[in-house]
Design a protein around this ligand. Sequence first.
Ligand code: ZN
Ligand code: ZN
Length: 411
Amino acid sequence: MQEQILRAGMAHGRAFAHIAKFHPELTSFRRDLHAHPELGFEEVYTSARVIEALKVCGVDAVHTGLGKTGVVALVHGKGHSAAKPGRMIGLRADMDALPLPEHNDAAWKSIHPGLMHGCGHDGHTAMLLGAARYLAETRHFDGTAVLIFQPGEEGFAGARAMMEDGLFERFACEQVYAQHNSPETPLGVIGVTPGPMQAAVDRIEIQIRGKGGHGARPNQGVDPVLVAGHIITAAQSIVSRNLSAFDQAVLSICSMQAGNPGAMSVIPGEATLVGTVRTYSEAIQQQIEDRLTQLCQSVAQGFGASAHVIYERVYPATVNTVPEANFAADVATTLVGAERVWRNMTPSMGGEDFSFMLQAVPGAYLRIGQGAVDGPGPHPLHNSRYDFNDDILPLGAALHASLVEQALLWG
Ligand SMILES: [Zn+2]
Ligand SMILES: [Zn+2]
């Protein structure tokens, strides 16, 4: 049923029709990766399988060792070669899994206890491989496709590691595109937004130092737990009182460590709060960092304690460039029709290290729906029962391939 609807919606897609013929091979490749999940920079099995499959596909070159386990494959269009690559378009897939136990019972369940592909990067890798095969078999484009298989998206900044190893100096991509599956989005819907698509991810740690003592005589110490309570409350005033209602930001304190649960009458000397800040603009990000630092120090000082704020910028915001986001939406429309392309998809407060690539090269990050035909899927990303929906493999592969064909029009 789902398969029929997908096929019906893609009657005009030459790439889709071609790739659909090897849907079964893509499915078994995806399921094999799913059974062998690996964490960031440890994707040894995964990249070996990718390299092997790329060679079978007939790509023109395979480069390894970018960002440790990253792989880059090149496919030259008609009339092009290593000596004359022409214009280059980058397509990126992430390959890593999560430190999460899998609670699915499928035949392709993870064989590594405590690890699973809970974000669908197995599917992203298979979709890009499908594009590689199609592009190598057809070559209906004027230039070179640069297929980027990236390690360590889940907090390891694998995109940045590949760039530090010269990704865009060696392969001078004019534009770069990536897509992420979305269980919340109906099957076959493609979403993209000009501008911010994913938030900047910052980690905050607030170290509060007081003076420990007896719980019966708090007057002799400085209670860091009380200070922590005031800081938690005060920190919520930053988004609600310092930012405009039209600015978007989230500040969450997600962990509080102080004292010992077995010591009911010991006031600890220290308390630590850990949380995250999510923003779309650097000006707002800086404002929150400055305000949080001042507020924590001042609140602590008011109680005779001290606070030290460690503000770590993990991933920048993922900001699609406007012409490339609109172009990607146009390409998606040729595949699935205008009614299934969401051109102003609500951005996410989640993070994504494709942001580093978009800081260097124009491009866009897209969402591809893998939920039910008319609604969300059963399990969200990063859930122990999540699984990638193999129905979208040909569509995702065709989207990648069509971006290259349309950006590098031939003939
Ligand atoms: Zn994830
Ligand atoms: Zn992901």
